[in-house]
Design a protein around this ligand. Structure first.
Ligand code: PLP
Length: 449
């Protein structure tokens, strides 16, 4: 009874993100009521394994007592006070922690509320950094094709996924795009693929020598592109190019940050030291919207001139540095320590790898990609020809719908199945998730096709 009502209200009153609403209105959405650990429960009491970590942000599971307690205790002090003109206990404590744990020389934390705003801020900072130094022409950004940095206009401007970004072209500023190093789709070896992308970046740096403000990239993995895992050494080399050509490097760790790739941050794996880093999704363990853009002192310092010289960064959001968000983030970092979240990953990562090896041999499975606790399984109509299914058939969505009936929630990126469970998932639950995926591809896909 209740469920039907909620479904009706949803269909009547809600416009869902990233959703073709015509299809939505003809479907029957699950209505989620609560969560425990890696599981979601709907209003009918059925449970589902949260195989996408509620869109890649949940880390320690739902309803974690430590994060819950931190949020409740913060609420009993204060939920929010402005950072415009005031400091706060929680934002100060979290900033200190973030500076401690992030790679390289990042020393300053600018808070906001979502991944998109964290990138928006990085872009505006990079632009104004050069302006403050007297370089008026440095407003070009180099990004990778198929990159995703969020949905505000600045983030869209450096986004390279046609289906999301192309129609907004007239509203965006112009960026230059280098190829995404995607070995499976490249005619050549992995090394040649990496070198090709690097050469293109370098040639853009040469061509637009005095105009480039920054290179913006997702380190190690381009998530929304379909979990494209970059060849080893690519990130390190891009960081090297940024240094050599004297442009800023912005690392968008919104998806990769907080353990997702197996280390706390993806940049660590290739000793990349970005000038600016963007954090959001996993920052609060997936509990409260909060984001942070961190910069080096070198970037920060050029904003320190007298206020009347227009070097101030005039940007901010009402809920910047929200105390509940910061409390949740601090609690999430504590859970990382207490539960040794990172130390427990290797076994889980190996289990995913093991299953993926079998899955990759199945009919209709093309490229299979994994970095740590994020993986993508590409479904193809014709495996030898590497030919995709017609996208209008929505094979990925149909297959995920089958998995939902078996108690697993996945959300595909087109015809790439995305495997992104909470880091804290147990080995048993992970095995359940992977076996459902394997079985559904093996048995159900043939029937659908
Ligand atoms: C999800 C994502 C964003 C956008 O984050 P939102 O919180 O959804 O605005 C930005 N960059 C990357 C790499 C992402 O995966």
């Amino acid at each position: 009874m209740e469920t039907r009502e909620y479904q009706e209200w949803d269909k009547k009153y809600i416009w869902h993100p990233f959703t073709p609403m015509r299809l939505w209105l003809n479907d029957e959405p699950l209505v989620i009521e609560r969560g425990v650990g890696a599981y979601l429960y709907d209003t009918d009491g059925h449970r589902y394994l949260d195989g996408v970590s509620s869109l890649w942000c949940n880390i320690h599971g739902h309803n974690h007592p430590h994060i819950n307690a931190a949020i409740i205790s913060q609420m009993q002090k204060i939920a929010h006070s402005t950072m415009l003109g005031l400091a706060g206990e929680m934002p100060a404590r979290l900033a200190k922690e973030l500076v401690d744990i992030t790679p390289g020389n990042l020393t300053r934390v600018f808070y906001s509320d979502s991944g998109a705003t964290s990138v928006e801020i990085a872009i505006k900072m990079a632009f104004q950094y050069w302006l403050n130094l007297g370089h008026k022409d440095r407003h070009l950004f180099i990004a990778l094709k198929q990159s995703y940095h969020g949905d505000t206009m600045g983030s869209v401007s450096v986004g390279g996924i046609d289906i999301f970004h192309r129609i907004f072209g007239p509203l965006t500023f112009k960026a230059q795009f280098a190829p995404s190093p995607h070995p499976y789709r490249f005619a050549g070896t992995e090394q040649e693929c990496r070198q090709h992308a690097l050469d293109e970046i370098e040639s853009l740096l040469q061509q637009y020598k005095d105009q480039v403000a920054a290179i913006v990239m997702e380190p190690l993995v381009q998530g929304a592109a379909g979990i494209i895992v970059h060849p080893e050494g690519f990130l390190r080399s891009v960081a090297g190019l940024a240094r050599r050509y004297g442009v800023l490097l912005v690392a968008d760790e919104v998806a990769t940050g907080f353990g997702r790739t197996g280390t706390m941050f993806a940049c660590e794996q290739e000793q990349a030291e970005p000038d600016i880093i963007c954090l959001a999704k996993g920052l609060t363990g997936g509990y409260v919207p909060l984001a942070a853009t961190l910069t080096s002192e070198q970037v920060f310092e050029v904003f320190l001139h007298e206020p009347w010289t227009e070097t101030t960064f005039y940007h901010g959001h009402t809920y910047t540095g929200n105390a509940i968000g910061c409390a949740a983030a601090l609690a999430s970092l504590e859970v990382f320590e207490r539960e040794e979240t990172l130390a427990k990953l290797p076994g889980k990562i190996a289990l995913i790898q093991e299953y993926l090896q079998n899955i990759s041999k199945l009919e209709f499975v093309g490229d299979v990609r994994q970095k740590g606790m994020m993986a993508g399984v590409e479904l193809l109509e014709d495996k030898p020809a590497k030919k995709n299914f017609d996208t209008t058939r929505r094979i990925g969505t149909t297959l995920c719908r089958r998995m939902r009936d078996k108690g697993v929630i996945l959300r595909p990126l087109s015809d790439v199945l995305v495997i992104m469970p909470p880091l804290a998932i147990s080995m048993n639950d992970l095995e359940f998730l992977l076996s459902i995926i394997e079985e559904t591809i093996k048995v159900d896909l043939r029937k659908i096709v």
